[in-house]
Design a protein around this ligand. Structure first.
Ligand SMILES: N[C@@H](CCC(=O)N[C@@H](CS)C(=O)NCC(=O)O)C(=O)O
Length: 294
C-alpha cells in the first residue's frame, strides 16, 4: 500500500506528516527515502515511517480542527466540538485548532469541521469514520460486537435527542437566555450584540420547532432529557468507564454532554437529574481530567 512517502489506501492518496521518534515533525520533502506502512495492533493503529530497515517514527495526517471558541471553562460549549477533540486526544492523534464561530464557513454549515491534508470535511462522526478507515484511530477496539451495538444506540440517543434538550435549555428556556447570550457571544461587539443575538436565537428556536423538540413545553422537554440521563447513569453503573477498564468512544460522547449540562452556571432540571447520579458526576470529573487534561 505504500510507495515512497505517499500513501494510498483504496482510492485515497495522501501525504502524511512524519513525526520522528524525538517528537519532531517533518514534511514529506524532508523524508525522501522513507516508506510509510499502515499497521493495526489491538487499540494501537496508524502509519509508521521506515527509513533504511528501521522504524524511525510515525506518520499522521496534518489535521486542523475548526471549532467554536471555548466557554464556561469547558473544552467546548458545543458537545460536537468537545467530542471531536476528545476523540483525537484519546486516540493520540496530533491536531491544530482554529477558532471558527461561523457555521456557514463549514462544508455542512455546521461546526466542527476539519481540514485533513488538503481536504475539508464536516460532521464529527464522518470525520471519525474517515480516520478509522485509514487506521488512524479505533477507540472501540476493546468492545465486543454487542457492546458496540448498544453504545452506538446510546451515542444516537445523546446526539439525536439529548442534544436538542440541551439546546432547548439554552435557546428556548427564558430563565437561561441572559447567561447563554453573555457567555457565548462575549466576543461580539456590544453595539451589535442585542440585534444579532436576537436573530440567532430566533433561528435556533425555529430549528428546534422544525426538529420537533421545540413543540414540547419545558416540563415535557426536561422529562425526555431525564430519561436519557437516567439511561446513561444506569448503564455506567459502578464502572469507571463505559468501556469498562478504559475509555472508548461513548466515554467521550457522554462527557461532552454531561460536562455541558453540569458545568455551566445554568440551573436546569436536567442539571438536577445529572446531580442525582453520583457515578455520572464523578465520571464527568474523571473524564475531563484524563481525556482532556482539565
Ligand atoms: N452532525 C454534526 C452536528 C454539528 C452541529 O450540530 N453543530 C452545531 C453546533 S453544536 C452547529 O454548528 N449549529 C449551527 C447551526 O445549526 O446553524 C456533527 O456531528 O458534527
Amino acid at each position: 500500500m505504500s510507495s515512497g512517502n505517499t500513501c494510498s489506501m483504496g482510492s485515497t492518496v495522501w501525504d502524511p506528516v512524519g513525526i520522528l521518534r524525538d517528537g519532531q515533525q517533518q514534511s514529506k520533502e524532508a523524508m525522501p527515502d522513507c516508506t510509510v506502512c499502515a499497521f493495526a495492533y489491538g487499540r494501537s493503529s496508524g502509519m509508521i515511517l521506515i527509513g533504511g530497515n528501521q522504524r524511525i517514527g510515525k506518520c499522521m495526517f496534518d489535521i486542523t480542527v475548526y471549532q467554536f471558541s471555548r466557554a464556561w471553562g469547558l473544552p467546548n460549549a458545543s458537545p460536537f466540538c468537545m467530542k471531536l477533540e476528545g476523540y483525537l486526544k484519546l486516540g493520540g492523534v496530533p491536531y491544530k485548532i482554529v477558532e471558527q464561530n461561523d457555521p456557514r464557513k463549514g462544508p455542512k454549515n455546521k461546526i466542527p469541521y476539519v481540514k485533513i491534508d488538503r481536504q475539508i470535511m464536516g460532521d464529527s462522526e464522518q470525520i471519525y469514520e474517515y480516520l478509522n478507515s485509514h487506521h488512524v484511530i479505533d477507540l472501540d477496539e476493546p468492545l465486543t460486537e454487542q457492546e458496540r451495538a448498544i453504545q452506538h444506540a446510546m451515542l444516537s440517543m445523546c446526539e439525536e435527542s439529548l442534544y436538542f434538550v440541551m439546546l432547548y435549555s439554552r435557546w428556548m428556556d427564558d430563565a437561561n437566555w441572559d447567561q447563554v447570550r453573555d457567555t457565548l457571544f462575549a466576543g461580539m461587539p456590544k453595539l451589535v450584540r442585542p440585534i444579532i443575538t436576537k436573530q440567532i436565537r430566533k433561528k435556533m428556536q425555529s430549528d428546534l420547532i422544525s426538529q420537533g423538540m421545540g413543540r414540547h413545553n419545558l416540563a415535557e422537554v426536561y422529562s425526555i432529557g431525564a430519561k436519557h440521563v437516567n439511561a446513561l447513569g444506569s448503564y455506567l453503573g459502578e464502572r469507571s468507564w463505559f468501556g469498562g477498564e478504559q475509555p472508548v468512544k461513548l466515554d467521550v460522547v457522554a462527557v461532552s454532554y454531561l460536562a455541558n449540562i453540569l458545568k455551566p452556571p445554568i440551573e436546569t432540571p436536567l442539571q438536577e437529574t445529572v446531580k442525582m447520579w453520583p457515578n455520572l458526576v464523578s465520571f464527568t470529573d474523571r473524564a475531563l481530567k484524563e481525556i482532556y487534561g482539565s
